[in-house]
Design a protein around this ligand. Structure first.
Ligand code: ZN
Length: 314
């Protein structure tokens, strides 16, 4: 029986890339660990944020599609993205969100308080205090290692058929079933970050892909051999996964689960230091070899962006 280590990354569609950077780096204090393009659509950015190294379980990535329609969050998507912060960090974040004029509400699931708020493009985000998971080393603008985001607390899934998605998480992905609290089922993956997955049971409306929605959620594979083993396992359980694709910073397969959510499995290696040193992560536009010859063309269509001091890990 294979057991998933939890979330590798989550990828969402947003609008203006500078607004995206100003929020995730400037307000939330994540590090921009990679500036590259969408390999399937090289005229648009693919921006990666995370902890100091962009470790698995901390990586939030974006396709900033400025001219996309506003999407609708609904069935067949990740509905909300909870970030883990250290215990005792809640009052700091409530004050910070208030100071930045970002409205928030509080919800309790499984006895845990969660701060619910939206990003500038309509994505639903949360903060949950978690004791487990390493503290981030990033410090900036009043955020310290005692308050900084550690990575994902997990994800809240909105499935068109919640019990089929639950069956997949437990019996194919190998997550532990932690039971039900009101409207949610909870599952736990084997690592200590990006590991707590909630499935909402009440039917939600149809989703529409677009700005402010999650594109896919990726789960960890330890290495290439583990990826092959996951691919064999997924395919043998009746899902049809893609061929293994080289995403430069990891290798990936994709499959759509029965509840409509696009799942990816991504390898931990080689990671974001594959093409630039850790001190310089995210400072320059990086392109895979096969796009290097089109660099001038690509740079001419991308909107210039300014990065923040903490994007340099300072
Ligand atoms: Zn992905």
């Amino acid at each position: 029986m294979k057991k998933s280590l939890g979330i590798h990354h989550i990828t969402a569609i947003v609008g203006d890339p500078q607004e995206n950077i100003n929020f995730y780096a400037g307000v939330l204090g994540l590090r921009l660990v990679k500036q590259t393009v969408n390999f399937d659509d090289p005229g648009t950015y693919h921006l990666y944020f995370g902890n100091e190294s962009g470790g698995p379980g901390t990586i939030m990535t974006f396709f900033p599609w400025e001219h996309a329609y506003q999407g609708r969050i609904g069935a067949g998507q990740v509905g909300s993205i909870p970030f883990a912060v250290p215990e005792g960090a809640f009052s700091f974040w409530k004050e910070r969100l208030t100071a930045k004029e970002i409205p928030f509400t509080i919800e309790v699931r499984f006895g845990e308080e969660s701060i619910l708020f939206d990003d500038p493009h309509g994505l639903h985000l949360e903060k949950i205090e978690r004791a487990h998971g390493e503290n981030s080393a990033l410090e900036m603008d009043g955020i310290t290692t005692k308050t900084a985001i550690k990575g994902f607390a997990g994800a809240v899934l909105l499935s068109a058929v919640p019990h089929r998605t639950a069956h997949l998480l437990e019996n194919v992905m190998g997550l532990e079933n932690l039971g039900q609290d009101g409207d949610y089922l909870r599952f736990k993956a084997a690592s200590d970050i990006g590991n707590i997955i909630d499935i909402k049971l009440t039917p939600v409306g149809r989703s529409m892909m677009g700005t402010g929605t999650v594109h896919h959620i990726a789960w960890r594979a330890l290495d290439d051999a583990d990826m092959d083993s996951w691919k064999g396992h997924i395919d043998s359980t009746g899902f049809q996964s893609t061929a293994v694709l080289d995403r430069n910073y990891f290798k990936s397969i994709y499959f759509r689960e029965e509840g409509g959510i696009l799942f990816e499995i991504a390898t931990d290696p080689p990671g974001f230091t594959a093409d630039e040193p850790i001190d310089a992560l995210g400072e320059k536009l990086m392109l895979p070899e096969w796009l290097e010859e089109k660099r001038t063309e690509i740079e001419n269509v991308l909107k210039p962006i300014t990065i923040h001091p903490n994007d340099r890990g300072q």
